[in-house]
Design a protein around this ligand. Sequence first.
Ligand code: NAD
Ligand code: MG
Length: 383
Amino acid sequence: MKNITILGATGSIGDSTLSVVALHADKFSVFALSANTNWQKMQTLCEKFQPKIVVMSDQATAQQLSKVIDKNIQVLHGSEALNTIAAHDDTDFVMAAIVGAAGMASSLSAAKAGKRLMLANKESLVLAGDLMMQAVRDNGAELIPVDSEHSAIFQCLQSGKSGLNKIQLTASGGPFLHTPLNDLKSITPDEACAHPNWSMGRKISVDSATMMNKGLEVIEAHYLFNLPAENIDVIMHPQSIVHSSVYYNDGSTLSQLGNPDMRTVISYAMSYPDRVDSGVAALDLTQNSPLEFYPPDLEKFKCLQLAFDALKQGGNAMGTLNAANEIAVAHFLNNKIDFLEIPNIIEKTLNAIENISITSLESVIANDKLARKIALEAVQHYA
Ligand code: NAD
Ligand code: MG
């Protein structure tokens, strides 16, 4: 029996993880759950999964929750408590599924405690990739990607990296793959969040529409697979059936395919190196013909180019990119700025901050704070 902590249990990845847990009550048990402020949903999860500990972001929602759940469940709040459940002796696996930089510290705690870290929170690697990978190595943690592209590459690389030429991340292109650039100015948040293939939280949905999601994933892949930007490629594939590919020097290319459903990725992270039923239907290729592939349009999807540039710059540039993106996306979702201003705000922020190396968690946090401040100033300019 493996005990699991799910950070960000009330979100889209949280839902999918709990549905896999529910399929395999003989193999997995919920040790702890966390959520931001949705105590009503957490109440339902507590009734169904009976965790030992629950963490909410603030005291008020933690108190609300305590009043309505079983008294045996301990309710904590705040970011230190997230670190506690991520590193707790009684948990084996940690699903890191908080959205944004808010998930970084708890991902790092799980790595430092030598857990199996099932990493959905790609922002952790974008902000603090070197520190995360060091913590994984130093503490014997197992880092299993929970991102469809990275899980695909992880699966394709099971036979090793010998003769590896490049990895190729597939990108659906989101809802605007075929929308002309000029028509993107007046896009609403709901239009941006209407992803054709995947059902996800709103922040990553906007990231998919701008293709910043793919940019963050290029950086994520750089750290996970220890490859330079030159060996990481992106290709548009609107059907989201081929989840990614690895190319070898002998002319061989391996890809992983499946229906676009994160339960496949999550169940693999939970059962690796074995496989268990995920509840996802078998792929029927005849229902998905033809599979299409195109090169990405880096002028239309400027965010992807910005992410490649930040990776090549290195140091704090990737954290700056992430912070500015979080600020810009939040303001777009609140109808404060136009869709096409998102890359402009990120670019302005990157240009305003000196490129320095990142050597400690303190420097990650300081840079994140500075980048958010500058990005907010850029937002005021457009709002
Ligand atoms: P979501 O918005 O549906 O859920 C986010 C979760 O984090 C919720 O439980 C929420 O309560 C919690 N949360 C939000 N802000 C918080 C804060 N400040 N402090 C503590 N907790 C907070 O997001 P999601 O789609 O489940 O994505 C989660 C992560 O997984 C993201 O990093 C995303 O990039 C990554 N991811 C998601 C998918 C997907 O299919 N949804 C696929 C690949 C990777
Ligand atoms: Mg992905």
